[in-house]
Design a protein around this ligand. Sequence first.
Ligand code: LMR
Length: 397
Amino acid sequence: LFASVQLAPKDPIFGLTEAYVADQRADKVNLGVGVYYTDEGKVPLLKAVIKAEESIVAKRSPRGYIPIEGPNPYNSAVQNLLFGAESELIKAGRVVTAECLGGTGALRVGADFIKRLNLNAPCAISNPTWENHRGIFESAGFEVLEYAYFDGETRGVNFDGMVKSLESFPQFTTVLLHACCHNPTGADITEAQWHQVIAICKEKQLIPFLDMAYQGFADGIEQDGIAVRLFADSGMSFFVSSSFSKSFSLYGERVGALSIVTQSKDECTRVLSQLKRVIRTNYSNPPTHGAAIVAAVLNSPELRQLWEDELAQMRDRIKAMRQGLVQKLVAAGVKQDFAFIEKQRGMFSYSGLTAEQVERLQKEDGIYALSTGRICVAALNTHNIDKAAVAIARVLV
Ligand code: LMR
């Protein structure tokens, strides 16, 4: 039966984690996977999460099925976070939200839903993008195109190229956009550029799909929501996948959501009915625990404040590591200008390291990074940053 099954390549991100785990060196460093670690190198368990969890566990609630689209207190909290508590769209009942299995689950449910609309149009992802985007949309049956995004010279966004690409796509192309903290480059477009992107999406009748996995990691909850808010003001129908893996440090709970902005309450009802079919035939209905934690935090003013403070601490620590790395690379004798690392936003830096340099880091120093040169700055800390800077300086020459 399985005689002709080929060995699949390892996942470029989790496959690297497997190699890191197997590495016996005590001072190894994993700058591969996008996970935030504390200065002690631990995945944090947020105080807001602990408090919410304690009250949930104390209730000893039975574990019945929850609705196919997830619980309402969670879904409405997600909507408030994404669109703002005063959102006209929410008031008009034009947004459908369903709890999904992390941001990845939300992308897949969204992709499957769009496929069922029978639009016979491709999906377009940024070049480069998160390794899994292509696979998710191809698995859902899409032809996947790329739009220009990163400029290797300026290490910023090639916005002219992006505009040209977007304008070239056929009607109903699903355009996957990173709402903030672009993964892998850390280079985001400006508010003025978002206005231009929205105008093109409208004119060309493209389907915007915003991937929002890092809200709060660049400038703050509200500030990082700007792209979603601008699309909300545009009058267009669009999709948002969002995730609490990073912002709540709830990676293993797989807690995310898919939100779809429709044109009316009636459209919303019909869209939700079809979305429920997509979910029911995939995993039936979502798990209880992670969403209960997030809902308990977001719906309590006291816990929400605590969470926002903790999120700000994570954000500030990443910024300090960006600054530290730039300084330490200079101190280690690096002549190239790495100041761009401080300008990039979110967890990642597209460092410019080549695949060969990355391989040397892994082999010679036990420092793991993606072969594309993406490093997770959120995994640097005051104990490993010197080692990382010295090793990077060495492989650069
Ligand atoms: C990453 O980009 O490393 C993270 O989003 C983890 C993942 O699922 O790939």
